[in-house]
Ligand binder design. Structure first.
Ligand code: UDP
Length: 330
């Protein structure tokens, strides 16, 4: 298959490009490089530098490269920033996706795989969270993803556009071998921050609250390895292309969670020295427990995550950060 990967130079996009190449697919990446890294792409992959807000450029890319399917990752992803600058998020994430959908139905009507998030659910009592749980996004970021899901659904119904939506839980880790990994300008994720603390780039790790109703009092998250998530995209796009898939929306997670303390213990064990920890107040908007019910993607797409051991997951992140302490800016 020939795939157009929109936002393919980012963290999850670049790992997916690697796994698509490993599965024998041709890849063209469209990315505005606002946060992506061209260095994260294999040399044989064509990179089209374009913004989804430039509708003509998106149509031109589809016409020029004639892909068999599109995988769409391009989005702004910071919850806190989305609350301070909602306009940027609605414009970039919703309007950008609308331009892409419009271009797809006007040019080729090819299948679409869309990158969504567990943030569409908000706080829910239904844990593990099934795909059918109520959608009550608590941030503008989550809202933009939920709005885009609904847009895709409407385009799918109106224009017969085949699509699959993948809702990710906590994505982490790096490709084994440490060649590519997480390199966001604004770092907020627990495992990345812990690795950078271990490298001495930060003084200590803050634990945001230890009075949650969980066994050790810290929040529990479902940490899915980025390479397993990338494989989920390969499965989804291949199933869509083969016309054999049933559901339209899948959670992607391990189906079980780890607490903040368990994650920090794993980092200590992998790094070999304990990080300084300090208890801090709860972070606004953190639900106590977010764990995927991932049975549907296992059953229907044969998703079979390889990274289920927390220390192994952390070890891949550590290998990347240890060998690339400043990300792609060496
Ligand atoms: N967390 C923490 N200290 C940090 C960063 C995160 O205690 O320095 C906690 C955070 O409050 C949440 C969990 O770690 O309970 C995972 O947070 P992360 O930002 O990695 O992902 P999120 O669940 O927000 O998508």
């Amino acid at each position: 298959m020939k795939l157009l990967v929109v936002g393919g130079a980012g963290y999850i996009g670049s790992h997916t490009v690697r796994q698509l190449r490993a599965a024998g697919h041709d890849v063209v990446v469209l990315d505005n490089l606002s946060s992506g890294h061209p260095e994260a792409l294999p040399p044989e992959v064509t990179l089209v530098k374009a913004d989804l807000l430039d509708a003509e450029a998106v149509k031109a890319a589809l016409n020029a490269h004639q892909p068999d399917a599109v995988i769409h990752f391009a989005a702004l992803i910071e919850v806190g920033e989305s609350m301070r600058a909602p306009g940027r998020y609605y414009r970039n994430n919703v309007l950008g996706s609308l331009n892409l959908l419009q271009a797809i139905v006007e040019t080729r009507k090819i299948p679409l795989v869309f990158s969504s998030t567990a943030a569409v659910y908000g706080t829910t009592d239904a844990v593990p969270i099934p795909e059918t749980a109520t959608k009550q996004p608590e941030s503008v970021y989550g809202e933009t993803k939920w709005m885009t899901e609904q847009m895709i659904h409407a385009f799918g119904t109106a224009h017969g556009l085949p699509y699959t939506i993948l809702r990710y839980f906590n994505v982490c880790g790096a490709a084994p071998g440490g060649t590519i990994g997480e390199a966001h300008a604004n770092k907020t994720h627990l495992i990345e921050l812990a690795c950078l603390t271990a490298l001495g780039q930060r003084e200590k790790m803050m634990i945001f609250g230890d009075d949650y109703p969980t066994p050790d009092g810290t929040c529990i998250r479902d940490y899915v390895h980025v390479q397993d998530l990338a494989d989920a995209h390969v499965l989804a796009v291949e199933a869509l292309h083969g016309g054999g898939q049933v559901a339209t929306t899948y959670n992607v997670g391990l189906g079980h969670g780890f607490s903040v303390r368990e994650v920090l213990d794993a980092v200590d064990a992998v790094v070999g020295t304990p990080l300084t920890r300090e208890l801090a107040p709860r972070r606004a908007g953190d639900p106590p427990r977010l764990v995927a019910d991932a049975n549907l993607i296992v059953k229907e797409l044969g998703f079979s995550p390889k990274f289920t051991d927390l220390k192994e997951i952390v070890a891949t992140a550590w290998e990347w950060h240890r060998t690339h302490p400043h990300g792609f800016d060496q």
